[in-house]
Design a binder for this molecule. Structure first.
Ligand SMILES: C[S@@+](CC[C@H](N)C(=O)[O-])C[C@H]1O[C@@H](n2cnc3c(N)ncnc32)[C@H](O)[C@@H]1O
Length: 620
């Protein structure tokens, strides 16, 4: 078995290259792309020779850099923050405190193709939003300064003013690499929803079409976000915004049905008859058409009323004669006598003839849950709506969850502009309602709260603090009923890697060069901690953050940590001790795909050979 050095790796481009290799293997020779062969393989799909500027698509200054930014590996990692979560050991819900571009990069290997639904609610670029200003050269360093993990205070969030020349470009530069990385994380039957309003919908749709493919566009959902209002509006009372809805691969999807909303059932299915035990309650629809439909000739005929009189439609019926008489026989037609005579109604039962609840489809218009509900939730949770103004209402996210997720299967939902964590709250509430086991990963940067803000005065230094406290409060029930036992979450935080960052030495001083070599004797930073390094190893090896880890008691000469996950068929055995003892090596049992990971300095050459004979060895 091979022995490799463990190195930080990044799979974004690697994976795409591999996919291309699968499709056009002839275009690769000696590990490089042969452009001429690739062009030949593409044949008629090649764009004709045109000027660069004439390509179809959405272009803006900085797009090339934005695209590149997605492929620069992160120099960071995430470390566990113990004590800020709830039931941290057992939970699979994760809150990540950090900048989302870096975080998305770190998740690439472990979560590629694993996320069922992404919901994001990014800044809308209203002219007053803080928009993250990616620093191309040292992205992580700037972030660490900003969050006080390095000396100076950085300036990453700047208000994007409409008067700025690059108002739209700046926003697009921020969104583009994040969406590109997000797409990799979706399962083939996964979905993404992006909230947006008229400031950027047209641009957003352009980049979503480019990244997710126009053919994967499902709908542009209209959310009627408020009721009332208007006196201040100059032109129209604008009451809606949008949610762009795309699939990862529309071709692989089954039709989407949503569960019946209990409230709607109560509201609309009000009647009962002799069919109740099999078909449940029913609602009625008039059988007489208000306007001409279908083949009129066959839809105009008399229907006998219960008192023997004949009912003639003013225009026509919706149903044919055969269908109506069959329905009368089955007690599926209702006659109502009013002042002007009889009216005829068809019954729609909740259940079909087999007694199964009819499935329903979601609408592209959501108009029963409003911003006012989100504000009310803030009051219930924090006693003050100003702690986080205008969050999305949980009801809105629940409607999307019902479209895109199943209650079983431990599906993972990601929100990387989490704000106050409405998404996490909605997931926990929906699980409570339908007995589901959906999991969340929410990422929010520790954006500082203004010292004069109600949030700061309430004790929250950052938006991430508000988010974490909301999740805790939602778990405990904030005066209402608590989440079921075993609902928890754990917190991890973006920070510098445990691996030293390579810096080229360009000088000629031998002594300095020697120091550089000494510095590189250990690839790990001074003072690294076992539990932090373990998480970084997990991510590098493609294991998710909720992997199970535990010491293996049977090895008593060394501390051996076993890492397993439902996502991975093999396991990791990790030993971060200074030396790996002979007895440990002797006793070690590795299955064919398992990996043993330890410090390079913990083994001599002969031990490395012995271990490589046993299985896959990786050293740090
Ligand atoms: C519109 S809010 C989301 C509100 C959320 N849907 C809710 O209901 O509470 C957008 C959030 O994204 C966060 N954000 C902006 N840029 C970010 C970045 N680069 N990384 C992580 N979070 C970011 C902001 O701090 C803000 O809290």
């Amino acid at each position: 078995m091979p022995h490799e050095r463990l190195k930080p790796s990044f799979v974004f481009d690697e994976e795409r290259l591999n996919q291309l290799k699968q499709i056009v293997p002839e275009a690769f020779s000696d590990g490089k792309i042969n452009w001429d062969t690739l062009k030949e393989a593409l044949g008629e799909y090649q764009e004709e020779e045109v000027q660069d500027t004439e390509h179809f698509g959405l272009f803006w200054p900085g797009k090339r850099e934005a695209r590149k930014l997605a492929s620069i590996p992160s120099k960071g990692t995430v470390v566990p923050v113990k004590g800020e979560g709830v039931d941290e050991e057992n939970t699979r819900n994760i809150f990540i405190e950090g900048e989302n571009l870096e975080v998305l990069k770190l998740l690439q290997k472990s979560y590629a193709g694993k996320i069922k639904m992404i919901y994001i609610d990014p800044p809308y670029n209203t002219g007053n939003d803080f928009v993250y200003d990616d620093n191309f050269t040292e992205p992580l360093e700037e972030y660490l300064k900003y969050t006080g993990q390095m000396d100076e205070e950085g300036k990453l969030l700047t208000t994007n003013k409409k008067a700025d020349g690059r108002f739209h470009s700046k926003w697009l530069n921020m969104m583009y690499p994040r969406l590109r990385l997000a797409r990799n994380l979706l399962r083939e039957e996964g979905f993404i929803f992006v909230s947006i309003d008229d400031n950027e919908i047209h641009h957003l749709r352009g980049i979503m079409n480019e990244i997710f493919g126009e053919e994967n566009f499902i709908d542009c959902i209209i959310w009627k976000k408020r009721y009332g209002g208007g006196a201040k509006e100059k032109y129209l009372v604008s009451v809606h915004e949008y949610i762009l809805f795309y699939a990862k691969d529309k071709e692989s999807l089954d039709p989407i049905y949503i569960p019946h909303d209990e409230n709607a059932v109560e509201k609309y299915y009000k009647y009962k008859d002799d069919n109740y035990s099999l078909r449940g309650p029913y609602r009625t629809h008039p059988l007489e058409a208000g306007k001409a439909v279908g083949d009129r000739k066959n839809l105009i005929f008399p229907i006998p009323a219960p008192d023997g009189t004949m009912i003639i439609p003013k225009r026509q019926w919706y149903w044919s004669k055969e269908r109506v008489f069959e329905a009368i026989k089955n007690n599926e037609i209702e006659f109502v006598k009013g002042r002007d005579g009889w009216t005829v109604h068809s019954k729609q039962y909740l259940k079909d003839v087999k007694g199964e609840v009819r499935q329903s489809k979601a609408f592209s218009l959501i108009d029963d849950v409003y911003t006012q509900h989100g504000t009310k939730e803030m009051i219930d949770i924090f006693k003050d709506p100003r702690v986080f103004p205008y969050p999305k209402p949980t009801g809105l996210i629940k409607a999307l969850l019902n479209i895109a997720t199943e209650k079983e299967n431990n599906e993972i939902i990601l929100d990387f502009f989490a704000g106050s964590c409405t998404t996490a709250h909605a997931i926990m509430d929906l699980n409570k309602e339908d007995g589901g086991n959906r999991k969340f990963i929410c990422c929010q940067m520790p954006e500082q709260c203004d010292k004069e803000s109600p949030a700061y005065k309430a004790g929250y230094k950052t938006i991430a603090d508000i988010a974490k406290d909301r999740i805790r409060k939602a778990i405990n029930g904030y005066g209402k009923s608590a989440q079921p036992e075993k609902t928890g979450f754990r917190v991890v935080k973006l920070t510098n890697s445990n691996f030293k960052q390579w810096q080229d030495y360009k000088g000629k001083d031998l002594k300095e060069l020697q120091q550089v070599f000494e510095h590189w004797q250990s690839p790990l930073v001074e003072g690294w901690k076992e539990e932090n390094l373990l998480v970084e190893i997990l991510l590098q090896e493609g294991f998710p953050l909720d992997s199970k880890t535990g010491y293996l008691e049977k090895y008593n000469k060394n501390k051996i940590i076993q890492v397993t996950s439902a996502f991975c068929e093999h396991k990791l055995l990790v030993c971060l001790d200074k030396n790996v003892e002979q007895e440990t090596i002797g006793e070690l049992v590795l299955d064919s795909e398992d990996r043993f990971i330890c410090l390079d300095s913990a083994l001599n050459d002969e031990q490395k050979v012995r271990l490589s004979d046993k299985g896959f060895l990786k050293t740090i």
